[in-house]
Design a protein around this ligand. Structure first.
Ligand code: TNX
Length: 553
């Protein structure tokens, strides 16, 4: 080889090297939910053991710094110090309240240069979301709960500004139909936090189990939390408890458990909304205290589904309201949430039509029928909640017979209930079965675990727009956001719950966070690949159904 061609070969080799280094050095940015603005420049910040976390002002975002430190420690084995000042390699977390005008209460800006990662926000919540994005700029193994060796913890140089589209970015877990251990609540809160979701609704009571300790009414959990084990049979063909049979299947959360969930959630900018069902979906409560039903007859906690189920609180007895107010008083003391969910759905009112006390109430209050009796019930409960400084939220059936004056509505039977409520000036959370029911199949039923029915593939979740057409700009402001619901009639354990939840919750996070102009399913699908690697690092079992291109008839 002569001199010239040797130089040429070297030049080519250098270029090749440069290109491949470039590839290694500048990781592809893949963030979910997609931020508002992302500008990448060439180069990287190397996260190394000498990195410091700088929290400047007092009181600074110290909880957030501790969160970041512990995540870095878990996956890298580094032990970053939290300091007030550093001119070395650093991750700076800073709150500047003046930024609220541009970033809102949950937005952040994140800039990465070679020596400094800087997260700025108006609030600790914003800083927390900046940290979530930062974690997603690192290799997926940063989400591992054990030290992963041999990884280059590189962060691409980038400038991001970001804030959410909606204030309510929710997920509901039904812990009544099947009980899930306390440890899983922390996992769910972690999963939500990484998706920048901020409202966790716990469906704590239903016909099949009461799951929260209430000190004044101990039988709610001594009796109401347990049922006979019929798990080997189909949900809808389970025989009720026989005389002499022991109810051994179930569980509940103590008040201490709840306080810990609430604190853990708050550190992650998540509000837990308790749901205490009334007037129906109440067999577990009435099995514990039959005196609050119309007939007072003994009942047992249902081991499965019975349809229709006509067990209902008596709306004629004053004692029912005393009981519910006592229960809600303890619930309010446990959950700082502004909204308390009182259910209100699917109330079979056949007992009310036969009950002399309920009929007497209808007359005395000048009500037209049982639908208005339900409204009376909900309004009374609303008055009580309001007197305690809280707001009532319920399923869209609470619109029937007249909506309580300050109530918020969760629209689940489609979006019409939400539209009506928004037009009447009530706050609305959109959670229609068509796009938000994670108990539905996400793939071909032949190859999926048994589900309740329906079909809700990933792409359909992604396509959801919580603001329905036909609302004026002011009405649209009443839409607080959206929520996915995992009902668990057919979901008996945490691994199955994760399977039903992921990756559909990932799609929902973009529905709730990302501005419509930034949403694109093909782009989401590419970014999802990286999110699935994060799930692998976290050992989350997720569904791969979206990879099968199936069309169901
Ligand atoms: C309807 S959504 C229900 C739940 C069931 C769910 C099953 C709602 C307010 N009520 O009790 O678990 O369907 O998809």
């Amino acid at each position: 080889m002569n001199h010239k061609s040797a130089a040429f070969v070297t030049a080519i080799a250098m270029m090749f090297n440069l290109l491949s280094c470039q590839k290694e050095k500048d990781p592809v940015i893949s963030i979910i939910p997609q931020p508002l603005n992302v500008t990448q420049t060439t180069g990287i910040f190397k996260l190394t053991p000498n990195v410091k976390i700088v929290v400047k002002d007092e009181p600074g975002p110290s909880d957030q710094a501790a969160f970041l430190k512990s995540r870095i420690q878990s996956a890298t084995g580094f032990d970053p110090q939290i300091v007030k000042k550093s001119s070395g390699k650093r991750i700076s977390l800073q709150i500047e309240s003046g930024l609220e005008g541009t970033l809102g209460t949950e937005g952040y800006s994140l800039s990465v240069s070679k020596r400094e990662v800087k997260i700025l926000a108006a609030t600790p919540a914003g800083v927390f979301y900046g940290i979530q994005t930062l974690l997603q700029l690192l290799p997926p193994d940063i989400f591992a709960n054990k030290v992963i060796e041999g990884i280059k913890w590189n962060i691409p140089l980038v400038q991001i500004t970001d804030k959410p589209r909606f204030v309510w970015r929710g997920f509901l877990l039904d812990v009544s139909r099947h009980f899930f251990p306390a440890s899983y609540m922390y996992d769910v809160l972690d999963y939500m936090a990484m998706h920048k979701l901020n409202r966790f609704q716990m469906h704590l009571t239903d016909d099949q189990g009461w799951r929260v300790e209430i000190k004044k009414y101990p039988k709610l959990t001594e009796v109401g939390a347990w049922r006979v084990n019929r798990e080997d049979q189909h949900w809808n063909s389970r025989e009720v408890q026989k005389p002499g049979e022991k109810a051994t299947y179930g569980g509940f959360y103590t008040q201490d458990d709840i306080r810990k969930f609430v604190a853990y959630a708050a550190q992650r900018n998540i509000v837990i909304i308790p749901e205490i069902e009334m007037p129906a979906h109440t067999t577990a409560a009435l099995a514990s205290y039959p005196e609050y039903s119309c007939t007072g007859s003994p009942l047992t906690v249902l081991p499965g589904g019975i349809w229709p189920c006509n067990n209902i609180y008596c709306a004629g007895k004053e004692e029912t309201f005393t009981f519910l107010q006592d229960v809600l008083t303890e619930v309010i003391a446990l959950f700082p949430s502004k909204y308390i969910h009182i259910g209100g759905d699917e109330a079979d009112k056949s007992q009310w039509t036969k009950c002399p006390l309920c009929q007497k109430r209808i007359k005395a209050e000048g009500l037209k029928n049982e639908k208005e009796l339900q409204s009376y019930f909900i309004r009374r409960i609303e008055k009580f909640l309001n007197s305690q400084g809280r707001q009532l939220i319920g399923w869209d059936e609470i619109l029937e017979g007249g909506l309580a004056p300050n109530a918020a509505v969760m629209s689940w039977r489609g979006t019409q209930g939400g539209i009506d409520a928004a037009k009447a000036g009530h706050p609305v959370v959109m959670t229609p079965t068509s796009h938000c029911y994670f108990d539905y199949y996400q793939g071909n039923p032949d190859s999926e675990p048994l589900a309740i029915g329906g079909y809700l593939p990933l792409e359909k979740v992604y396509s959801f727009d919580p603001v329905p057409q036909g609302l004026s700009a002011d009405e649209a402001k009443m839409i607080l956001g959206a929520q996915a619901n995992l009902w668990t009639e057919y979901v008996a354990d945490t691994s199955h719950a994760n399977y039903m939840t992921f990756p559909r919750l990932t799609a929902l996070s973009e529905v709730c966070w990302t501005s419509p102009g930034q949403k694109n399913y093909d782009d989401f699908s590419l970014r999802l690949t990286r999110q699935l690697q994060r799930f692998d690092a976290m050992e989350i079992k997720y569904s791969k159904a979206s990879e099968q291109k199936i069309i169901l008839k």
